[in-house]
Design a binder for this molecule. Structure first.
Ligand SMILES: [Zn+2]
Ligand SMILES: [Zn+2]
Length: 449
């Protein structure tokens, strides 16, 4: 007997199914074409991307077939292929109640948010949780998830970012020790297994169909989910018709901010950090972007600022907008900071994990980085400098996230953020406005000193 639970709520290509598809087995599960016609276009059934713009290619079936380029990272969907599934039955092993083993304490605003989340899950609603960096959003989910698991709902926590999934999985496992959790991402070593609780990258949602009663999307504004129609379709497809959808974000994009403002979607806003200190408001400092003369060791404001921090033994991150600029600045920093220890990290850097760890261990005076460290990382007691904060890679969300790296821990709840810029971009203005607004709201609610 094949393990049919492997296809519960799934939508899989033949090679993904995990058991052999004999004719007899095929007759007992749902088989659907991998390409469908909708809105007058031929579309991939997994991600709904139109494919007639590309030309049919010679195919393993002997004909010429279209295939989907959009979701190809999860295996090639050919026009002649089929997708296999079984309806989600919500039949899991039974576990000992209560599932939640957590005795921490929620702050006042966390408790409030936790209540709203629990209710949204119970009543199959959509909700945005807008929580500033450092508000402690994971803990607010525990009760709602507990409620869902107890009422036999299947729950998926998805994030566009693998590192978020990898950090979340052990935390969830610790507080729900009896509940098996499948952790799904590209390159995962474990095979897929049917579980009530799933943690996955948003890309993995392509492989689900009407599977979840609750979908929670963490860092909804992050790349690649943000503005990606195929991933939005995948989320919709992975939910049951009657289900709840919860978005978590520290920096909702403009359309979402608008929907919240116009009350088109319910939202709960957490403007304060769990430790009760205000968010550091960045200082914007004018500095011409050509003010660095790379050939000479010059004493610009930036260099003086960095020297001061090093003398004070205050560690810091320096954000540089592009890899090319970083490579240009690195030798200049080497010349100016001969006795300091620092590293550079960017998305194409194979040693990036080790370098980040070195910074975390306190082995570096500072770390130069592109926007890859804009979110998800926590270093104790640091300052942040953004060089060329007026560069177009720094969106409002990026600048708010970057500022959110400072003052995260209870022991070091404050710090300085400096934006060096030549132009006053909309992004800089809006980021400052957003941070100040959150602080004001927190003050009004009596959440910060
Ligand atoms: Zn596709
Ligand atoms: Zn074919």
């Amino acid at each position: 007997m094949p393990d049919y639970s492997l296809v519960y709520g799934r939508s899989l290509l033949k090679e993904e199914v995990g058991f052999e598809l004999t004719e007899e087995i095929k007759s007992s599960i749902c088989v659907e074409p991998a390409f469908v016609i909708s809105d007058g276009s031929k579309r991939c059934a997994r991600c709904s991307t139109r494919s007639e713009l590309s030309k049919p290619n010679p195919c393993i079936c002997g004909n010429h077939c279209l295939y989907c380029r959009e979701c190809i990272a999860l295996g090639k969907v050919r026009e002649c292929a089929q997708l296999y599934s079984l309806p989600e039955p919500n039949q899991y092993e039974s576990y000992q109640k209560p599932y939640l083993k957590w005795h921490g304490k929620l702050s006042e605003q966390q408790r409030e948010a936790s209540k709203v989340i629990t209710e949204s899950i119970r009543e199959h609603k959509e909700l945005v949780v807008w929580a500033v960096a450092g508000a402690g959003k994971t803990e607010m989910l525990f009760k709602g998830i507990q409620g869902a698991l107890e009422s036999n709902k299947r729950v998926c926590i998805a994030s566009p970012r693998i590192d978020v999934c990898l950090e979340l999985a052990p935390r969830m496992q610790r507080v729900f020790p009896e509940i098996p959790i499948a952790v799904l991402y590209g390159g995962a070593e474990e095979d897929y297994r049917y579980t009530q609780l799933v943690i996955a990258t948003t890309h993995q949602l392509y492989r689900f169909k009407e599977a979840f009663d609750v979908v929670i999307i963490d860092e909804v504004d992050a790349f690649p989910y943000h503005m990606n129609a195929a991933l939005h379709f995948a989320t919709k497809k992975a939910r049951k018709t009657l289900s709840s959808l919860i978005y978590l974000t520290a920096t909702p994009d403009k359309p979402m901010q608008k929907r919240i403002k116009n009350k088109l979607i319910e939202a709960v806003i957490l403007p304060a950090r769990y430790h009760g200190y205000a968010l550091p408001v960045p200082e914007a400092v004018y500095q011409r972007s050509d003010s660095i003369n790379y050939k000479k060791g010059e004493h610009t404001r930036l260099i003086k600022h960095m020297k001061r921090l090093i003398a004070q033994k205050k560690r810091f991150l320096v954000f540089i907008p592009t890899i090319a600029l970083m490579e240009k600045i690195q030798p200049f920093f080497q010349m100016n900071f001969q006795r300091a220890s620092f590293e550079c990290v960017h998305s194409k850097d194979a040693d990036r994990k080790e370098k980040v760890q070195k910074m975390r261990n306190g082995e570096l005076d500072f770390l130069m980085t592109t926007t890859i460290l804009e979110r998800g990382v926590t270093f104790e007691n640091i300052d942040v400098i953004v060089w060329r904060a007026d560069h177009h890679v720094y969106t409002e969300a990026a600048l708010v996230q970057i500022s959110g790296r400072v003052g995260r821990s209870k022991n070091h709840p404050t710090g300085n953020v400096t934006f060096y810029h030549q132009d006053w971009t909309r992004a800089i203005k809006k980021a400052l406005k957003q941070i100040r607004q959150m602080n004001r709201l927190a003050q009004k609610r009596g959440l910060i000193q």
